[in-house]
Design a protein around this ligand. Sequence first.
Ligand code: BJW
Length: 259
Amino acid sequence: MTQTADLPRAVAAAVRDARRILVLTGAGMSAESGVPTFRDAQTGLWEAFDPSQLATPQAWRDDPPFVWAWYAWRIKLVRDVEPNAGHRALADLAALREVTVVTQNVDDLHERAGSEVAAHLHGALTELRCADCHTQYDDAPALPDEPVERLAPETCAACGGDVRPGVVWFGEMLPEEAVRTTEDAIEALAPGDVCLVVGTSGIVFPAAGYPAMALAKGATVIEVNPVETDISDMCHHVVRGTAANVLPELVGAVADDPG
Ligand code: BJW
């Protein structure tokens, strides 16, 4: 394994020589846009909030206004920020190589940077739906300007249920199509292809298992993350840096010498 704070030539060469590149992103991808990660010390969302009170179906059943207020704040936060240089570099990479982007993120920053996202494994903040009858709501919800502690969710026009964010909470199944698309993309990998894992702690399953599945297909697994994670040990290369620093350098190296 190579582990470095610089972009080693071997990493750029692996990406340059790959036929297919599967990019798996997590919360660190959007950190430099100003979206807090979940588990980073000091800044992670779980430092200030208890996940069991917010990101579970039980939390929603217990207190929808408490949970909805937190998600309304996050929807507004994401709406007000911009994709960073890392998001834009991945969009640029798609012009150079066959790239499949799979994200655990519930924001739309990859799309706003110009990437097509094959799968949002944990759903999307703004894909609202009724918690009872699953009617979907596409209209932007009314959001308070400032964070509030409680906010009544919208009422479903079809059944009177509470309208919830379109994210996947702990204990919920991931969207079937997102899982199928991801597993198909992994299945299509062959030796010489690359799995680029950016900004995830590798703690939450099933997403945390995908790099190992890519490894089993013979792909070269590269992690971009400022710190060691649960998946670092199994990676061929680890680049200790941030998404917005490393990815433009990596894509620039491929663009400068496309091979
Ligand atoms: C940077 C950076 C920079 C910072 N640049 N990097 C097998 C074993 C054990 C448990 C399970 C298992 N299979 C399933 C489970 C249960 C559970 C689970 O995994 N629990 C774990 C805690 C152990 N999984 C589930 O429940 C999943 N459902 C499921 O499996 O269904 C089947 C099933 C059902 C019932 C029973 C059993 C099976 C659903 C998981 C849903 C996750 N939902 C959340 C919330 C989404 C909604 C919301 O946004 O509020 O998804 S939790 C949260 O974690 C969010 C994220 O997508 C997810 C992953 O976090 P991520 O992206 O890795 O972020 P962080 O903060 O952890 O890490 C950030 C990283 O970035 C760090 O490493 C930083 O260093 C780095 N970084 N700045 C690059 N600038």
